[in-house]
Design a protein around this ligand. Structure first.
Ligand code: NI
Ligand code: MN
Length: 227
């Protein structure tokens, strides 16, 4: 699986030849200036929850690409109300098969409201099991939670994208514990450095993972890596 980092919590992942885009927040992010939001590929757009720093470019990209938006019930309906016709609502514990593989919507400990203040349902994360082999977990915004152990029971993760910025989500020390709960050695950091309250020391974050015997990947914005 090939992963491209677009800044904050936004990733593109190539799965079974299809382009998945997670939590698009590109045009409002000054750190992601080098990314052309109107050139980012997306056959499917997965939204973890309703906060603006996760959905900001979803409608714009869905309208250009014709990609299907996968999100919780409330977020999917909100996206649909803005004219996006291809939406797929899910909710916690549910999984569904798509052309690229299977998606399970899993619990996140956080909040979720939409940019206009309307109810954003319960926040979540996604486990994607690719049709051609390999699984990954995208945690969205979350605290450390024991529920992550359930993911390890069901999936053999190739990598996990975990928030490490602290303040609004877990920080690196808890994310390193999460990697243990998930049984996953390769962690891609997200949700850090975008805003002052989540600016972190990269060396301290890497050291927390080293102590836990796991690897933390901090990608440059625009960088692509294979897992
Ligand atoms: Ni959030
Ligand atoms: Mn967030």
């Amino acid at each position: 699986m090939k992963l491209t980092y677009y800044g904050h919590s936004c990733f593109g992942v190539e799965v079974a030849g299809m382009a998945l885009l997670l939590d698009p927040f590109i045009s409002p992010n000054p750190l992601a200036e080098s990314i052309d939001v109107d050139a980012v590929p997306a056959d499917f757009i997965l939204l973890s929850h309703g906060h603006a720093d996760h959905v900001a470019d979803a409608v714009r990209i869905a309208q250009r690409t014709g990609g299907t938006v996968i999100a919780n019930f409330e977020v999917a309906n909100w996206i649909g109300a803005q004219g996006v016709t291809k939406i797929h609502p899910m909710n916690h514990g549910g999984s569904c098969g798509f052309d690229f593989g299977r998606v399970k919507y899993v619990k996140a400990v956080h909040s979720s409201s939409l940019p206009d203040g309307s109810y954003g349902g319960q926040p979540g994360g996604f486990v994607v099991a690719a049709k051609d082999g390999g699984s990954f977990y995208f945690a969205g915004d979350t605290a450390l939670t024991l529920d992550m152990k359930l993911i390890a029971e069901e999936f053999d993760l190739r990598f996990a994208a975990l928030p490490i910025g602290d303040n609004f989500t877990m920080g690196a020390a808890d994310a390193a514990k999460a990697a243990g709960f998930l049984g996953c050695d390769e962690v891609v950091g997200m949700h850090y450095d975008t805003f002052p309250p989540i600016c972190i020391d990269h060396d301290v974050a890497r050291a927390a993972f080293q102590r836990a015997g796991r690897r933390l990947h901090l990608l440059e914005i625009g960088e692509t890596r294979a897992f």
